[in-house]
Design a protein around this ligand. Structure first.
Ligand code: THU
Length: 147
């Protein structure tokens, strides 16, 4: 599979996941789809909380799900989409700082620089990034002798 096909597949899976966003407070739905080394996908969506600060981002939910399946070391790429549930939602959404750090754990454990594909809930605008570009000089398990 070439890069464009990978990106388009991840964005489609992330858009499907975003339909399950629980975001009644921000009304900003985010979906994420993680590609594992064997070609399988694990997805997630944001889960907000009445105590706002406890809300979970879509990327973190997807990575936690991969970890719960024993697959944290196998993450190759992630697709992230998001947008207002009330607006147009065609602007690409990039992972927040905390999610970048969460992604870095998987990246260093697996010895890979993750591809990060970003898009809106709709539309053709798709960005391709590398995690090393989004979070340069990251602190991670390598610093603690774990990778
Ligand atoms: N959100 C994510 O799920 N991922 C990000 O990378 C950025 C923000 C969620 C958190 C909250 O539920 C909503 O988007 C608005 O911040």
């Amino acid at each position: 599979m070439n890069d464009t096909m990978t990106g388009n597949g991840l964005i489609a899976a992330a858009r499907a996941a975003a339909r399950h966003a629980y975001a009644p407070y921000s009304r900003f739905a985010v979906g994420a789809a993680v590609l594992l080394a064997d070609g399988s996908l694990v997805s997630g969506a944001n889960v907000e909380n009445a105590s706002y600060g406890l809300s979970l981002c879509a990327e973190t939910v997807a990575i936690a799900t991969a970890s719960a399946q024993g697959r944290l070391r196998d993450v190759v790429a992630i697709g992230v989409v998001g947008g207002s549930m009330d607006g147009v939602g065609d602007t690409p959404v990039r992972p927040c700082g905390r999610c970048r750090q969460v992604l870095n754990e998987a990246a260093q454990l697996g010895g890979r620089d993750l591809q990060v594909w970003c898009a809106g809930l709709i539309g053709d605008a798709v960005e391709e990034h590398r995690l090393s570009q989004l979070l340069p000089d990251a602190f991670g398990p390598r610093d603690l002798g774990l990778a």
